[in-house]
Design a protein around this ligand. Structure first.
Ligand SMILES: Nc1ncnc2c1ncn2[C@@H]1O[C@H](COP(=O)(O)OP(=O)(O)OP(=O)(O)O)[C@@H](O)[C@H]1O
Ligand SMILES: [Mg+2]
Length: 400
């Protein structure tokens, strides 16, 4: 049994889409596959039309049972999705796993230990992780042989990658297991020059740490998820399905003792190498210089990002900026406007997909979410988040 965790602390980079469709493509290729959801948002159940109200026991019960020494068999909670494809769903109470297990020994090994029960029943386990680096993600790291880090193909994602890997690295300091960490380009839009350039740079720097396969941006993948189907069922002729078959073949193709012995390195060393490489990559992509005064005009990508996206404060005014080239509307809802997105639409600035709003806010701590084409999500450009009572993540802002 080979266990693959899909990890990235940044929200909305395609983790769930990859986990669901990779698992279903694995099953399509004849592998007995289990999809494990450890994200309290339980998006795997949503994306596979498993009715949430009918999930009586979930990964929460399995993990908490293991932590407390009252084990519940994983096989008790499985939902059959299709031939050879089963789901171990999550529920929102997983959000309390960390607090409920405070002080319990081995709480970071619960997932690894419960999956051992299934080692003769499945060939592959795919784990979908939450967009955070808490105890749940750590459990996935400890359980995994392979870690897939999806990277959305945009400059900002790249900026985030280095930071995200630093955190993963810090977590992995305590992780003696070996895992094979690989980067997967996600939501790649070949028509965009920027995406092509970034893919080229990533390939140059990450080389064998990157999958040859790329997950293209494909609206069929979005449609399939909203109808509760994997792409293998919704549209087997789509580009989306071809990408996941290719990813499956690439993964299964490396599943030999010989290759694995060569490829596997300590998690810590791998992550350090990737993180350093991301920093180097970032500093090498610079804006073209337009003036003869290089010191004043030389803008590194990092500076540009800091200038444009995220939250900035300027004399009592807070400026929220985000990049959504494909969005029709972007709004903001938070405790400062009664969580009413219609009260605060962002304005589209130029043709590059930049959206912005300026709000006068008093000193204090605020929680908010962005609403992009009606979909609520955390601000991808603000790394400070906090889980809300719905198991989703609010962005947090400290106005000073
Ligand atoms: N390759 C793709 N092509 C088109 N749309 C995609 C693709 N991958 C993901 N999406 C869409 O982008 C959105 C975010 O994707 P997804 O939910 O998979 O991200 P995530 O990383 O799991 O998010 P979270 O961090 O909240 O769990 C979804 O609406 C999904 O349908
Ligand atoms: Mg997800």
């Amino acid at each position: 049994m080979r266990t693959i965790a899909v990890i990235n602390q940044k929200g909305g980079v395609g983790k769930t889409t990859i986990a669901i469709n990779l698992a279903s493509a694995m099953a399509h290729r004849g592998q007995r596959t289990l999809l494990v959801d450890v994200d309290p948002q339980s998006h795997c159940a949503v994306g596979l039309a498993v009715p949430e109200e009918q999930i009586e026991q979930s990964m929460f019960d399995v993990l908490i049972g293991q932590a407390r020494g009252e084990p519940l068999r994983v096989s008790e909670i499985l939902w059959k999705i299709s031939e050879r494809f089963e789901l171990a769903p999550s529920t929102i109470d997983l959000a309390t796993f960390e607090t409920q297990t405070t002080g319990l020994a081995e709480r970071e090994n619960c997932l690894r230990d419960v999956l051992l029960q299934l080692r003769n029943e499945f060939d592959y386990v795919v784990i979908d992780c939450p967009p955070s680096v808490g105890l749940l993600t750590f459990n996935a790291l400890r359980a995994a042989n392979d870690v897939i880090v999806p990277v959305e193909m945009g400059y900002f994602s790249l900026h985030g990658l280095s930071k995200q890997l630093e955190t993963l690295n810090a977590l992995s300091q305590q992780c003696p297991e070996r895992a094979n960490v690989m980067i997967l380009a996600s939501m790649y839009d070949i028509r965009t020059k920027m995406a092509r350039e970034i893919l080229g740079e990533l390939r140059k720097h990450f080389a064998e740490r990157m999958f040859k396969t790329v997950v293209n941006f494909n609206t069929k993948l979005k449609e399939a998820a909203s109808l509760g189907q994997p792409i293998s069922e919704y549209d087997p002729a789509s580009k989306g399905f071809k990408d996941f078959l290719a990813l499956t073949d690439e993964l299964v193709g490396t599943d030999t003792q010989v290759h694995r012995a060569e490829m596997v390195n300590t998690l810590q060393t791998r992550l350090q190498a990737i993180s350093a490489s991301a920093d180097e990559l970032l500093s090498s992509i610079q804006q073209p210089q337009t003036s003869i005064e290089p010191d004043k005009t030389k803008t590194t990508l990092e500076q540009k990002l800091a200038d444009f996206y995220g939250v900035r404060q300027d004399k009592g005014i807070v400026i929220f900026s985000a990049l959504y080239p494909r969005a029709q509307t972007v709004q903001i809802a938070g405790d400062f406007n009664g969580w009413k997105p219609e009260a605060a639409p962002l304005e589209k600035i130029g043709d590059g997909g930049n959206w912005q709003i300026k709000l006068p806010l008093n000193t204090g701590i605020y929680r908010y979410r962005l609403v992009v084409d009606g979909q609520w999500q955390q601000d991808p450009y603000n790394e400070i988040t906090e889980m809300n009572p719905f198991g989703e993540f609010n962005s947090v802002l400290n106005v000073e």
